[in-house]
Write a new protein. Structure first.
Length: 562
């Protein structure tokens, strides 16, 4: 008796065995996942099962639940006055024998694997036999030619060689055909095996079983609703951001990737996506008394601590603002004030999605049925789309990068209600690249980099006639003067943002001053970071030059990175 038959008999015996101490047999009933609320990590599953009960006390066994759930989260609701007196959750490991091959699709793939495996084995055997035939032919001919003392006659030798040639060609041709056949068979076997592994999940599946002791006031059919939490599901947001001409708003499409490895395929479920993350027992912290005591650190530790305390890092708001990082708040608003007029309505998935905002989260409720496989394969689901007015600017920091970038700035980004997530950017139908949206950013605007535009060029050159190094007594004084030229080669005006930087001093013996010959900035200079900004509109074809000069004084003999 093979193993499959033994496992089948054991599985049937396990299902048919009544619970110990029960007056009635524990009748197995299959449940089905009907709804799922997926959190950023974890999900709440709702399953239903139809129970046919007799009046009085009895037991039922509800199968088909996920084996990977938090037992403490199980909630059971049965109408009609049925009372659940006790419950027991267990895992049916024998379902791994029944589960993967339980669908016609998987049985077909399993049969195909068996057929291809047998064909591969036969082809391997034929190739080995063919190789042996070639070896036997060569050996036999050699013995026949050298076996006679007088040797073979010319006619006999000719006949022998013709036979060897003919037979060798036949064997070699058959061998080449067998090898080609084996290659195709193994390719097909690999494809079918990969598909089987993809659809059956990670190995054999197990099933959760909920055994209930209950009392029914009357005989009849009742619906049991079971809700529970599983950590083996998640969803993550991402965004597609489409920017167009400078007189049009930016379109932001919110999308999601949903996956689960609960051991069950969610077939045609009502799906909701929540921005919350269950706390898993975490509670708000409370203070306890803080006692101060002197601690004696070992010498190496004390030295390391002193070195760490002697160094600090700070980033000015202006520098942060220069970084191509997008940010926004967490409040939600369905439509943006001042957005462009809506296009002619056409049926889309957005017509089937509603959002609800609670104290701790926002939920996307989808009234279309979805099927999410239990093998962890991600499913992409569109959630919402919104438009936001944008201000387009050209940005260049030639000390760091001579390229000019087109950027879009979106005011009041908190109204978009987005999450920290990756985003893909498209400008005027052309893919630009990926960025990251940081929901924790405190910036007032969401800044998107739309790529390099070579039609606005910037050059930065050192003016040697206005730069010098002088040493007087114990002091060295160096002056650096740069000429920055901006050329707008477009046929329309552009809003240009140009930035440069001079060093700042952390040593009282070193002084840095911005020289008066510097072109007056269009926005305020920031001494803390040494960033100077010029901003304004440039006409089509306009060329504009800026002078940037600073002087550094420091003790003679000191080496500085200038």
């Amino acid at each position: 008796m093979n193993k499959v038959k033994i496992f089948t008999m054991l599985a049937l015996a396990a299902v048919a065995t009544p619970m110990a101490g029960s007056a009635q047999e524990a009748r197995p009933v299959m449940s089905k996942v009907t709804a799922a609320t997926v959190f950023l990590q974890g999900a709440e599953l709702t399953s239903t099962a139809t129970l046919t009960l007799r009046k009085g006390t009895g037991e039922v066994s509800i199968e088909g639940l996920s084996p990977d759930i938090d037992v403490n989260s199980i909630r059971i609701n049965i109408g009609g006055g049925v009372v659940v007196s006790s419950r027991e959750f267990s895992i049916d490991y024998l379902s791994s024998v029944r589960g993967p091959d339980g669908t016609p699709r998987l049985r077909m793939l399993r049969d195909s694997i068996d057929i291809y495996t047998a064909a591969c084995e036969k082809t391997d055997a034929d190739i080995e036999i063919n190789s042996d035939m070639q070896s036997y032919l060569t050996t036999g001919i050699a013995k026949n030619v050298s076996g006679s003392e007088a040797g073979l006659g010319i006619d006999e030798l000719r006949q022998t060689m013709d036979y060897f040639k003919s037979k060798s060609e036949e064997i070699l041709t058959a061998g080449r055909e067998l090898k080609r056949r084996r290659e195709k068979l193994y390719e097909a076997l690999t494809r079918v095996s990969n598909q089987y592994n993809e659809e059956s999940g990670r190995g054999g599946r197990t099933s959760g079983v909920l055994k209930l002791s209950l009392t029914a006031p009357s005989a009849g059919t009742f619906t049991a609703t079971i809700t529970c939490f599983t950590p083996s599901a998640r969803w993550s947001p991402y965004y597609d951001i489409n920017a167009f001409a400078s007189d049009r708003p930016v379109t932001i499409a919110s999308r999601s990737r949903v996956s689960q490895t609960t051991g069950l395929d969610w077939q045609n479920v009502r799906l909701s996506l929540s921005t919350a993350t269950p706390s898993n027992g975490r509670v708000a912290p409370l203070f306890s008394t803080w006692f101060l005591r002197e601690q004696q650190l070992p010498m190496p530790v004390a030295r390391a601590a002193a070195m760490q305390n002697s160094v600090s890092y700070d980033m000015d708001e202006e520098v942060i603002q220069d970084m191509v990082v997008v940010g926004y708040g967490t409040q939600r608003k369905a439509e943006l004030t001042g957005a462009a007029a809506a296009p002619v309505p056409t049926p889309t998935i957005y017509d089937h999605i509603t959002t609800s905002t609670g104290a701790l989260d926002m939920v996307y409720n989808i009234d279309l049925p979805y099927t999410i496989p239990g093998n962890g394969r991600e499913q992409a689901i569109d959630l919402a789309t919104a438009q936001a007015p944008a201000e387009y600017k050209y940005y260049c920091a030639p000390r760091l990068d001579g390229a000019t970038y087109l950027v879009a700035e979106i005011a009041e980004p908190e109204k978009l209600g987005l999450l920290s997530a990756p985003a893909g950017i498209t400008y005027d139908g052309t893919w630009v690249g990926d960025t990251w949206i940081d929901a924790s950013s405190t910036q007032e605007k969401l800044t998107l980099s739309l790529g390099i535009d070579k039609r606005v060029s910037v050059t930065r050159e050192l003016q040697r006639e206005f730069s010098s190094t002088r040493t007087t007594g114990s002091t060295t004084e160096q002056t650096f003067t740069w000429n920055i030229t901006v050329r707008n080669n477009q046929t329309r005006p552009v809003n240009m943002v140009l930035k440069d930087q001079y060093p700042t001093s952390t040593d009282r013996n070193i002084t840095v001053t911005l020289d008066t010959k510097t072109t007056t900035p269009w926005t305020a200079n920031i001494p803390e970071t040494g960033v100077v900004t010029w901003e304004g509109e440039m006409a089509a074809g306009e060329v504009r030059s800026h002078t940037f000069s600073y002087t550094v004084k420091y003790p003679r003999g000191m080496n500085l990175d200038l």
